[in-house]
Write a protein that binds this ligand. Structure first.
Ligand code: ZN
Length: 150
C-alpha cells in the first residue's frame, strides 16, 4: 500500500471506530488541548498506577479527522507504557512531523507512523500533534512543583 493511501485509510478507520473515545470515571489526570488554527479540541483523561504506568486513557472532543485519529492512535500506543516511555514517544512523534526522527524512532510509533506524511502538509501538523502535545504537558509536569504556562 502506498504511504498516502495508508495514511488516509488509518485516519478514516480511527474516526469511524475510535477505540479510546469517551469519558472516564475518576481519571488521575485530565487536560484539554486546543488547536485554534483548525478548531480542534480534545479532552484527554489518563489513569496511572503507582509505578507511573499509563493504565487507562480516553479522549473526547471535536475537530478534524486528523486531530481525532491521531489522539486515538496515540492512546493505542501509550496505554501500558511508563511516563518516561510516553514522553520519549511524544518526542519521536514531534521529530517525525519535522522530518528529523530516525527510522528506529518512527518504527517505535507503530500505527502513528502512518502520519509521517503530515510533515509535507505544514497546515495539518498542529492537528496531528495536538494529542501528543497535550499528553506531554500532562506527564511532563508530574512531580514538579511549578506549573508552566503555555
Ligand atoms: Zn485539525
Amino acid at each position: 500500500m502506498e504511504l498516502k493511501e495508508m495514511y488516509r485509510e488509518v485516519v478514516n478507520e480511527h474516526n469511524l471506530y475510535p477505540a479510546h473515545r469517551g469519558d472516564m470515571e475518576n481519571p488521575d489526570l485530565v487536560l484539554q488541548g486546543v488547536n485554534p488554527s483548525c478548531g480542534d479540541d480534545i479532552y484527554l483523561q489518563l489513569k496511572l498506577d503507582e509505578n507511573d504506568i499509563v493504565t487507562e486513557g480516553l479522549f473526547n472532543g471535536s475537530g478534524c479527522a486528523i486531530s481525532q485519529a491521531s489522539a486515538d492512535m496515540m492512546l493505542d500506543l501509550v496505554i501500558g507504557k511508563s511516563r518516561e516511555e510516553v514522553l520519549k514517544l511524544a518526542g519521536s512523534f514531534m521529530g517525525m512531523v519535522r522530518s528529523t526522527a530516525s527510522p528506529e524512532e518512527i518504527e517505535a510509533l507503530e500505527e502513528s507512523a502512518a502520519l509521517e506524511s503530515i510533515a509535507h502538509m505544514p497546515a495539518r501538523v498542529k492537528c496531528a500533534t495536538l494529542g501528543w502535545k497535550t499528553i506531554q504537558k500532562m506527564l511532563g509536569n508530574i512531580g514538579e512543583a511549578t506549573s508552566e504556562q503555555d
